[in-house]
Design a protein around this ligand. Structure first.
Ligand SMILES: N[C@@H](CCC(=O)N[C@@H](CS)C(=O)NCC(=O)O)C(=O)O
Length: 228
């Protein structure tokens, strides 16, 4: 009998939530097949992909005839369905609620604020050929600074990971967003030792999956540097 291909994930690894998903899959050896959707080629706009996700966004998970969008939901579904070690998405109600608390906050804070810096510094100039709008970039950087302050003073105040003593899916979503401005050579954690130590803890917890998921980003950073 042929081996099951496991779940299918539709990803572009230049996308932050897609990397978070790949790290969870690899770390927990969840059988999976990656289907690459190159956003820069508009592969998310094809009729086939649009049928699967009318929002035309990655990531998408396909598990048999179950199709799921939204990285947050996908990470939690995988953690629940595949019985990964409890710490990724704890069952105990208060500990689980701490993860949900961060992930709810993430999508209106860490995600848009870090992504905006990347969009202003890399995507818009590449698409329009115009120089970086320094005024908008500075405003985006100060918004991101407020988010980084909150990460340090609220979520990491008394604990090594965002939601407790061990790594959870929340840390994956957060670190993958905060890596994105690196494409422009911008290390947003440079002046932030507390967040740097947290990043090292996340990297140690996930091992080689971190760099494998970020290889495309490292390549984009080199290409961006060569263009300047
Ligand atoms: N809330 C969604 C966001 C997904 C999302 O914005 N994906 C981006 C890449 S990071 C995308 O597919 N963009 C393609 C487009 O908007 O055309 C999630 O967390 O999964």
């Amino acid at each position: 009998m042929a081996a099951s291909p496991g779940v299918e994930v539709y990803l572009d690894l230049l996308s932050q939530p897609c990397r978070a998903l790949l790290i969870l899959l690899e770390c927990n050896q969840i059988p999976h097949t990656v289907r690459t959707v190159a956003l820069r080629k508009g592969e998310n706009k094809t009729p086939e992909f649009t049928k699967m996700n009318p929002m035309q966004k990655v990531p998408v998970l396909v598990d048999g005839d179950f199709v799921l969008t939204e990285s947050d939901a996908i990470l939690k579904y995988l953690a629940t369905k595949f019985n990964v070690p409890e710490h990724w998405y704890p069952r105990q109600p208060e500990r689980r609620a701490r993860v949900d608390e961060y992930t709810a906050w993430h999508h209106t804070n860490t995600r848009p604020h870090a992504a905006k810096v990347f969009i202003l510094e890399v995507l818009l100039p590449a698409m329009s050929g115009s120089p970086v709008d320094e005024g908008r970039l500075n405003r985006a950087l100060s918004q991101l600074d407020e988010t980084l302050d909150k990460l340090e003073t609220m979520f990491l105040r008394r604990q090594p990971f965002l939601c407790g003593d061990e790594i959870t899916v929340a840390d994956l979503l957060a670190i993958c967003e905060l890596m994105q401005p690196l494409v422009a050579g911008r290390d947003v954690l440079q002046q932030r030792p507390k967040l740097q130590h947290w990043k090292s803890r996340v990297q140690s917890a996930v091992g080689g999956a971190f760099d494998r998921a970020h290889a495309v980003l490292y390549g984009a950073r080199e290409r961006h540097k060569a263009k300047l």
